[in-house]
Design a protein around this ligand. Structure first.
Ligand code: 1CP
Length: 354
């Protein structure tokens, strides 16, 4: 494997010195880019795009060719796991993800097994291998997965949900069945992320998009406990280098200390917490990734620059900050505003590193 030409993302996650603050963007390959829409139209469905390693590699590279980003993220989706478990993922036009066979009772849940990542999810590993080749050491590649709790919301509800009625009903009435599901998912995520690392992922991120919908007690029991199992089960070194693990619970700002206690390397932050407060609370235990409100990018480039500077100043001097949005970029954002953000991070970021 070739040497990394730009490793400031990995160094910042390890809180090692960097020349300037690294930046990448959640959902950086996606519908706000005309070149993504073009490839997506050529692929057919969203799943056709994910399952074709050449096309997945092409869209992974698109944002890097436009902006000087410091990391690439595998183009895929968190819902490849339930699809590989047999739930039948599909995307109805303009409606988001759906499952043909959601798992809504103990019988369906007890029948689930852990899929072999090099079999049913081989297309993901092939994409990782191809992207690493194509990157040729330009920047590191991030692998990812959903958290067990977040995957369970889609698997039980059968689609996106606002209130998680079925899943939360199960949580209170039949917690043993839910714990069984979450246990199978944790084992699956460990195997899946370790396979991504073996295939070439140089950092991994766990997206707990819906953990913030839980009470503190139930967050610990039904989401954090399983992310802890994942952190404990992951390969933490590859090619003689640490493979950092980033945990992100959207709406989880009140639990940052507990998340840091898992032994992960970094926390993703949404924009509901001040980054300086988050830094004080976690101290030097973990690095922080975030946390600009994605809606800032609707404003003028001047305003985008101003808000970007505020986040950099909020974290302050020293390593341990990876600039990002607090959640995925929206499809209607003008790519020129993104360019203003990325440029400002690199220029202004120098002030905070010796
Ligand atoms: O039509 C299209 O092109 C589909 C839009 C789309 C895209 C671009 C979906 C469907 N997934 C993705 C890619 C994707 N999803 C990435 C790619 C890599 C990159 O960042 O460039 C990643 C990391 C994800 C992760 C993902 N998918 C999450 C976790 C992160 C988050 O944003 O909270 C979740 C919850 C999903 C489920 C999903 N897949 C797609 C959509 C529209 C959704 C969200 C549905 C919902 O809101 O409930």
């Amino acid at each position: 494997m070739s040497q990394l030409k730009n490793d400031r993302f990995l160094r910042a996650l390890m809180r090692q010195p960097v020349d300037t603050t690294p930046v990448w963007i959640m959902r950086q390959a996606g519908r706000y880019l005309p070149e993504y829409r073009e490839t997506r139209a050529r692929a057919g469905s969203f799943m056709d795009l994910c399952q074709n390693p050449e096309l997945a590699c092409e869209v992974t590279m698109q944002p890097l060719d436009r902006f000087p980003l410091d990391a690439a993220i595998l183009f895929s989706d968190i819902l490849t796991i339930p699809d590989a478990m047999g739930l039948g993922l599909y995307f109805a036009e303009g409606e988001g993800p759906r499952f043909e066979r959601p798992v809504q009772d103990a019988k369906a849940i007890r029948a689930l097994g852990v899929p072999d990542p090099e079999d049913k999810l081989r297309y993901v590993m092939d994409a990782v291998r191809l992207i690493r080749k194509e990157l040729d050491g330009r920047v590191p590649l991030i692998g990812f997965s959903g958290s067990p709790w977040t995957l369970a919301t889609y698997m039980v509800e059968g689609s996106s949900s606002k209130d998680f009625a079925l899943l939360k009903g199960m949580m209170f009435d039949d917690p043993d069945t839910l714990h069984h599901l979450l246990g199978v998912l944790a084992d699956t995520v460990i195997a899946y992320l370790n396979a991504q690392i073996a295939a070439g992922a140089q950092a991994v991120m766990v997206f707990d998009t819906w953990g913030g919908a839980l009470s503190p007690e139930n967050y610990r029991k039904f989401s954090l406990q399983y992310m802890q199992r994942i952190v404990d089960g992951l390969t933490r070194e590859a090619d003689g280098r640490r493979v950092p693990v980033v945990l992100f619970t959207k709406g989880g700002a009140q639990w940052l200390e507990d998340m840091a206690d898992t032994g992960c390397d970094a926390l993703g932050l949404d924009w509901t917490v001040e980054i300086n407060e988050a830094r004080q609370r976690v101290g030097d235990r973990v690095a922080l990734q975030g946390n600009m409100d994605p809606s800032v990018l609707y404003a003028s480039p001047e305003k985008v620059r101003e808000e970007t500077k505020k986040i950099l100043a909020g974290f302050g001097k020293g390593s341990g900050h990876v600039f990002n949005l607090g959640h995925g970029i929206h499809p209607k954002i003008n790519p020129e505003h993104v360019a203003a953000m990325v440029e400002t991070v690199h220029e202004e970021g120098r002030k905070y590193h010796d």
